[in-house]
Write a protein that binds this ligand. Structure first.
Ligand SMILES: N[C@@H](CCC(=O)N[C@@H](CS)C(=O)NCC(=O)O)C(=O)O
Length: 203
């Protein structure tokens, strides 16, 4: 299987974390792609018409995207404990946590494009502030409601949250998401020590 990837993408990191946590990493061939809205990777766009990473090309040529689908597929390939429960209330809870983390990542990534790609004369500070307000609000919500679901052993929701927090540390090192979030800070410190997490750190 070939994974379109960039080491800096938090959505890619989710997939790599799943692969590493469930011993599937050796089955992935990594295709590095640098891609943005204004400078898309043409070869990637043939596989994923949205031009986004990650995208997974299976051996029979089938292409899977986005990160939620790829993670679910990888989770179907092993016989260990599933990262996404197959049924029951827990399944929908963990799906919602993954969606929450993904949506916060969308805002954080969009703001990075706004600040890093858009020419300064076209930047709009209200837009940036609005996006970062969503990020702060989302992190507040995880601190208040979701720490018990994050748990001690990884699940699909906690993997998404770890990717999000790793991305904030990487791209927003001065923003200090830890302030006011002691439970999440403690949980993340422990998760960060996992081999899967250190092996997937952005360069
Ligand atoms: N919903 C997608 C989001 C993926 C995404 O936004 N990837 C970014 C990199 S972090 C990207 O490829 N951006 C290029 C673009 O928007 O054209 C997923 O979960 O995979």
């Amino acid at each position: 299987m070939k994974l379109w990837y960039s080491p800096a993408s938090p959505f890619v990191r989710k997939c790599l974390l799943v692969a590493r946590e469930r011993d599937l990493f050796d089955r992935l061939e990594l295709l590095e792609a640098s891609t943005t809205v204004i400078n898309p990777n043409e070869r990637l766009m043939e596989d994923n018409p949205t031009g986004k990473i990650p995208a997974l090309v299976l051996d029979d040529g089938t292409v899977l995207f986005d990160s939620r689908v790829i993670c679910a597929y990888l989770d179907s390939l092993h016989d260990g404990k599933k990262l996404m429960p197959r049924s029951g209330d827990k399944r929908f809870k963990i799906m919602t946590l993954e969606a929450l983390a993904d949506n916060i990542m969308d805002s954080a990534v969009a703001n990075r494009y706004e600040r890093g790609l858009r020419p300064p004369e076209y930047q709009w500070s209200d837009w940036s502030e609005g996006l970062m307000r969503k990020v702060r609000n989302g992190i507040d919500h995880i601190e208040k409601e979701w720490v018990p679901t994050l748990g001690r052993t990884p699940n699909m929701g906690s993997i998404a949250v770890a990717s999000l927090l790793g991305y904030l540390d990487f791209r927003y090192p001065d923003w200090n998401w830890r302030r006011g979030h002691p439970k999440l800070t403690r949980w993340f410190k422990r998760f960060s020590e996992r081999d899967s997490f250190t092996a997937t750190a952005p360069e």
